[in-house]
Design a protein around this ligand. Sequence first.
Ligand code: SAH
Ligand code: SF4
Length: 347
Amino acid sequence: MNIIGISEDTLKEHLIAWGEPAYRARQVFNWIYQQGCRDFPQMTNISKSLRQKLEDTFVIQLPAIKSRTRSRDGSIKYLFEVKGGAQIESIWMPDSDRRKTLCISSQVGCRLACSFCLTGTLGLRDQLQAGDILGQYMAVLDDLGEENAVTNIVMMGMGEPLDNYQPVVDAVRLLISPDALRFPTRKVTLSTSGLVDRLADFGREGLQVNLAVSLNATEDGTRDVIMPINKKYPIDSLIRCLKNYPLKKGRRITIEYVLLQGINDSLEDARRLAKLLSGFPSKINLIPFNPHPGSPYKPPADKQVLEFQNYLAAKYFSVFVRRNRGTDILGACGQLAAESFPQPISG
Ligand code: SAH
Ligand code: SF4
């Protein structure tokens, strides 16, 4: 069993069963998550016999880096192999300011089949374990060899996080736990296509990480087509869920809106969007469609994007156009399929 990804409580249960004090769990966590220890024998403040028991029961396993592909804009796409041989991707995106965002995957493929998303064409190939999810961050940190190499983590890679619920919750908990990775809660964002029931559950976990919701359309006719999950959870049920989501004061829900030329980019859409978002604190990320081979869609012209943005800004929404990163390496939103990597860089 991989010790990376198991909860502190689960580790405690093992320790107690072995007749060890529960506080050793925190020591083991400290070694793994704070001191970067990747080998049980190195845990020198833990007795030899306990180290042996740990070694007999667990492995310390990070996803293996198969390749790194560097974009012209400085982003790096990591291809990982996880246990069982499945491949997933993470994208590391350094910004001009000091922000360095890591986009991680939550599943191998995705079953939700949004029509504009390359990952969606794969179907669900496999679920990831909690250790595979937070292991992407740990492996990238180890690889870049710098403590502040990642300042923000977004779950916007392959997969629908809330369709792999418990492993994702466990991974988020370990990411932000003071006993584990201590990543700042407000610098973690979970992005979901809006699985309403799961979203309500996630709110009740009380984790306080940022929430991003991929709305992508303003009326059910269009959303049914581009995001089939809308047939199960139509727009009004999603908006109702967002209105009830337990947000702390001053926090906002990010609304992601992929702009598809001629499909959802009219000013009429902008008007409907403003109306939908009127009942809760939000900020809007407009994402001009990132093309990928075989897709029928196009991004709107820049002028159209600007008009859409301006309409919403005039209604006092915080609205940003998300700059595409890593498009030359198919590393941008919705371009992840763990299949094409033009020039793997090794080492
Ligand atoms: N499954 C989750 C998270 C992964 S997708 C979700 O859907 O939110 C992350 C974001 O990429 C989503 O907002 C999605 O709408 C967007 N996206 C998917 N394909 C895209 C594409 N081809 N161009 C631009 N954005 C895309
Ligand atoms: Fe899955 Fe998100 Fe892609 Fe839709 S956009 S297919 S939910 S990864």
